[in-house]
Structures are given as structure tokens and as C-alpha cells.
Design a binder for this molecule. Sequence first.
Ligand code: CUA
Length: 399
Amino acid sequence: MLLRIAATRRPAFRLATVLCVLGLILAGCSPEHYPQSGLRPLSDFAKIGDDIQMTTFWWALGVFILVEGALVYAIFRFRGKPGDVEPKQIHGNTTVEIIWTAIPALILAAIAVPTVKGIFATAATPHSEVLTVEIIGHQWWWEFRYPDLHITTANELHIPVGLTVATKMGTVDVIHSFWAPRFAGKRDVFPNRETRLWFKAKEPGEYSGQCAEFCGIQHGRMAFRIKAQTPEEFQAWVSHMQTLGAKPATTAGAPAAAPAGSVQTATAGATVKPSQGAQQGKPQQGAAQQNGAPRDSGATKIAPSDPAYAAGEKLFTAKGCVGCHSLNAFNAPTGMIGPNLANVGARTYIAAGTLKNTDENLARWIQNPQLIKQGVLMPNLGVKPDEARSLVAFLRAHQ
Ligand code: CUA
């Protein structure tokens, strides 16, 4: 009896199983949970790859429907019955052989032409007005330098919408791979060899990217953010970063207008300011601060007059932090071992995407980086909890 029930329910059970499995597979397609998708391009570069991918997909779908349709039709239309004679054999039919060789060749040619065009387009050097960014891979974080703007930052790349970003990439140690899926394809970065990439962001927003070449045990924690901003917001960020010396500016000011001597770019109206004039390592009182990019670290802002700030400032030197990290965004020294910390207080993440940039996480990191990211070059410096709090107060003020 039980067996009979099981047998009658079997087709329904199978269907339910198939639907469940399909549901699970499709659940993996949610763009919200998997933001690093090359299938939703946000730049001209990514669009080239996506177009080729879609062209190939439609050709493949057409071939699939025709071939499977013919197969299914043949199975039912010419199904053998008992007593049928052997059907006529067509092996060696020259006409059929030519047709099914020529058709795939033509289809492959139709895919190859846009593919080759795409390869040349993505490998080309942009001729329009560009924003040059030098990208340097480190085990395990990213250094971003804007040579024309004399700005250096780490792990969070700010770019203006509508202006082509031309990258020049290298690494100080092993091979890494720069991959911002919504903007461009992967491109490896090598020691002693420059690789290049270009892309132009279409819309503002904050997007993630990561290293895509195994580069050591913390390869998985070598992420970065791209903050695509309107030209005005980007210009404000640039102006702000150019004020960042050894101490953060203390007074909030009006949003910065495009400074005198700035360059109006042809493509986007983004204004980029050549950086002559500002002095390295000197806080600029009254300079516009915090205009532009929203500060999303969620942390309390601490005034430099705070005693914890002063204690943190001393500890930054006493504990040797200063030996590896620069606090100057403007005209920062090259060859520093650790990430530039000039605006660390304003970043979304710390330790290259490893932790949200909260005071608590920053304190944990300062006290025991090896526990959080084993093998990282930053050693445990024996920082006590109260010292970590002071260092956090000092670093948090660096926005
Ligand atoms: Cu750098 Cu993987």
C-alpha cells in the first residue's frame, strides 16, 4: 500500500525536487548579494566585454534551439517501430558535410569579428582627456597615486563620472591582478613591468573590486572600493585631499570652488587642480574640509584638541607607525611599506576590505593585526587597549 502511494506521488515529488534545486541555483543570481558582477557594466570598457558576451550568448542560444529542436523533432517524427527496415544511410554525403562545416565557420567568424575588435579597443591607449592613476599592488592592499594631482591614497579609489581613468599599474612584490568587475576586466600587475587599463564610469556610486590573482595567504583580503563621484564631488575631494598634511585641518569650511589654475577637462567638465602651492606636512587652517564625499565610517569625529588625539599622535611616532605609514595625502613619499593613512578616518573599510571602519575594529586591528590578517607586514606592536583608543582617536580625525 505504502509502496503504491510512493509510486503515484513520484512524478510530483520529482518535479518538486527539480524546482527546489532550480530555486537554489537562481537564488545565487541576486545582484544585491553578489555585487562584483561583470554582467551589469557601468563603464565603456566593461560594456565592450558585456556586448561580446551577449553576442556570443544569442548565437549560442540560436544554435541550441535549432540543434535541439531538430533532434527532438527527429526523435518523435522518425521513431522506429518493430518491423521497420533499416533506414537509408547518408554517411559520406558531401553536400551535408560542406553545410555543417560552413555554418559553424560562419557563426564563429560572426563572433570572432567583434571579439577581435573588442580586444584591440580594450588594449588601446585612450586619446581623450584622461585622469591618470598609478595603481601599485602590495601584499595585501592597493596604493592609488594621482600623479597630476599629487595625491596618494589607499584601498579606496575616487574617480569622477564621465572622465576616462587611465591606470598605470605595477607591484612592489608579487603578481597581483586589478579587478573592478563593473568597470573593467581583470588585468594582472607585475613587478618591473607596467600594465595599463582605462575605463570611464557612467554613474556615481560605490563599487567593490578585488585582487584576482593568488598572491599569498591573504589574497582573499585584498579588496578595494571604487567611489565614482560627480565631477563636482570629485573636485571637492581632490581639493580636500590636497590640504591634507601631517595633521588634519580643524575648521569646517564652505564647499571648495574650482581653484584658480585648475584644469577644465574636455570630456566631463571635471576640474582637476594642479597641485602647486600647497605645502607638504602642514595643516591648512580654514581649508575646506569634508566637502564632497560623504563620510560613511559612522564613527564619532574627534577634535584634534581632544587629549586622546594628542596621546595618539605621540603613540603614532613612539610605536613606530610613522615608519611605515604616511599621513600626507598631498605629495606623499613613495615607497612606504604600509597604506597611506591621510584620510583613513573617512574610509569605509580598513585592512583592504577586511573590516568595516568602526572605532572598535580599528582598535582591534591596531592591537593585533596578525590575528585578523595573518602574515600581513604590520607586526603586533604590543599596543595596550587604552593606547589603541588614543591611536583610534588620532586616526579617526584624519579624514
Ligand atoms: Cu593580490 Cu591576490
